[in-house]
Design a protein around this ligand. Structure first.
Ligand code: ZN
Length: 100
């Protein structure tokens, strides 16, 4: 069951799901789990959060997106962007939030 990577609440059906796109630092990209959900440890939050790994040669992959954090609301997205921008040892760039 997919949960919001910020507040950890399960997504309700019928509500929009947002995705926070990120690009990993060179060499940190996850390549063995494409198309799957992995758990990424965030130093600043001291916890692991779910992240979708784009499938190889998917549209996201072609756009240079290495990971998508599922987000339940704009508010969670804003907090997540803040947290992710501190993860400079793994995350190189925090891109726009998209609707999944
Ligand atoms: Zn949330």
């Amino acid at each position: 069951m997919l949960k919001c990577s910020w507040c950890m609440k399960k997504f309700k059906s019928g509500k929009p799901i947002y995705g926070q796109n990120v690009k990993f630092v060179e060499g940190k990209k996850i390549t063995n789990s494409s198309g799957r959900i992995v758990h990424i440890h965030l130093e600043s939050r001291n916890t692991s959060v779910p992240m979708l790994v784009p499938g190889k040669d998917s549209e996201a992959d072609k756009q240079g997106i290495d990971g998508i954090f599922p987000i339940c609301s704009e508010k969670c997205g804003e907090k997540m962007r803040n947290a992710l921008s501190k993860e400079i040892s793994t995350i190189q760039a925090v891109n726009n939030t998209i609707q999944l």
